[in-house]
Design a protein around this ligand. Structure first.
Ligand SMILES: Cc1cc2nc3c(=O)[nH]c(=O)nc-3n(C[C@H](O)[C@H](O)[C@H](O)COP(=O)(O)OP(=O)(O)OC[C@H]3O[C@@H](n4cnc5c(N)ncnc54)[C@H](O)[C@@H]3O)c2cc1C
Length: 370
């Protein structure tokens, strides 16, 4: 005789994937419990208030999308401000407009109109062959712009020479010949007023949540609590790393409170020199125009990642893709477990993409159960 289980779904991970899935199945009439091994909800987009400022604990998070359905969905749970993401580059102490645009070319070479910007870019592009990242980038912007904006930053980010990286790590280098220096082109952009944590808190309203508990430490016990599991943690950890660990790039954050009301012009300034060990400085209050006599800044240091540390960026090289595929095939044999989100799918997802994915997977699950 099968025992009646307490919940329809146990959702492992209170990040965006788990929280959207939980909201959708709850609204469709199913019961669920959400658990997270961290002592807070919202996963990697978690924000917390300090000195009246919303601090982005796991790196700067800017919501941007062209997906109207996702935008309408998130606006059900919070209001967004009208933040438009602007980034400056600090190269040898000089501040430059970024992505490369007419203003940048004016700052560096005195180029003063669109026609001359097009001509300038055509004249510097290198006609070299080679499929590595460095050759590909020089084909797009030439050697000097590549040195200033891309080489040092990319090498710090990935921890190896750009000539050894595949060109696929960046889909395209955004270059504009107009003076538009918006970082993103997306129609919908903003930061949740009151932070991402309150967005997720509203999403999880009325749903059972347990924090500070690791599913894998008590898997049997948790499995007995629900008919289906939604797992948003690392897929290799779920399977006890039986084929080996998937590799990630790590990040360390150094946060400082400064006795000044403003530290830099924009919320994010990229430091592109190879000699400076961090890649960027975030000034948190600039995301939501918060007024305070103090300011909080965070430096981001890319690091080598070791198993057991916080995973940040998946390394999408051939060896890791093959390894992930082995785990994915294994997961097909477990019809009662749904794997979703950045860690379970070993995929870099932006927030709007992970929300869209959770909406699709929850809808097909609900349909299947009807
Ligand atoms: C530095 C950085 C900056 C980013 N900036 C942006 C940005 O500007 N804009 C944007 O759109 N996206 C950005 N992203 C991407 C964004 O963070 C992700 O899209 C989003 O967080 C993915 O949500 P998720 O639910 O898949 O994963 P997560 O948020 O990681 O949630 C998974 C949760 O599962 C929990 N968990 C794992 N294993 C277990 C276990 N065994 N038991 C219990 N709980 C477990 C974890 O603690 C975690 O809370 C950024 C990512 C990084 C790394």
């Amino acid at each position: 005789m099968t025992q009646e289980k307490k919940y329809d779904f146990l959702i492992v991970g209170a990040g965006l994937f788990g929280s959207v899935f939980a909201r959708e199945v709850t609204d469709a009439g199913y019961s669920c419990l959400v658990i997270d091994k961290r002592n807070h909800i919202a996963g990697n987009c978690y924000t917390r208030e300090e000195e009246g400022i919303q601090v982005h604990q796991y790196g700067a998070h800017i919501f941007h999308t062209n997906d109207e359905k996702v935008w309408t969905y998130v606006n059900r749970f919070t209001k967004f401000n009208k933040y438009r993401h602007m980034v400056e580059v600090n190269f040898r102490g000089k501040l430059l407009s970024f992505p490369i645009n007419l203003k940048t070319l004016q700052q560096l070479y005195g180029v003063n109109n669109e026609t001359n910007a097009v001509k300038h870019l055509e004249s510097v592009r290198e006609e070299i062959t080679g499929k590595d990242f460095e050759s590909w980038a020089k084909q797009q912007v030439g050697a000097e712009l590549y040195e200033i904006f891309i080489k040092g930053y990319t090498e710090k980010q990935w921890g190896r020479p750009a000539s050894e990286l595949p060109s696929a790590i960046i889909k395209r280098i955004p270059i504009r010949t107009t003076a538009n220096d918006d970082y993103f082109d997306d129609t919908y952009q903003g930061i949740p007023i009151g932070g991402y944590t309150s967005l997720v808190e509203n999403m999880l309203s009325g749903i059972d949540v347990q924090l500070g508990v690791n599913y894998l430490d008590n898997k049997k016990e948790y499995d007995n609590m629900a008919n289906s599991i939604v797992f948003t943690g690392p897929i290799d950890a779920y399977y006890g790393y039986q084929f080996g660990a998937l590799a990630y790039r790590g990040l360390k954050f150094k946060q400082q409170t400064l006795e000044t009301d403003s530290f830099q012009n924009t919320a994010v300034v990229n430091y592109t020199e190879a000699e400076i060990p961090f890649t960027r400085i975030i000034e948190h209050k600039k995301f939501d125009y918060q007024k305070s006599n103090k300011t909080i800044v965070t430096k981001e240091y890319p690091t080598e990642w070791c198993k057991g540390e916080e995973p940040f960026y998946p390394i999408n090289d051939a060896a890791n893709k093959t390894l992930y595929e082995k785990y994915r095939l294994l997961s097909n044999s477990e019809p009662n477990v749904i794997f979703g989100g950045r860690l379970a799918e070993y995929k870099y997802y932006d927030m709007h993409q992970v929300i869209a994915s959770a909406l699709t997977k929850s809808a097909s699950t609900i349909n299947f159960l009807k």
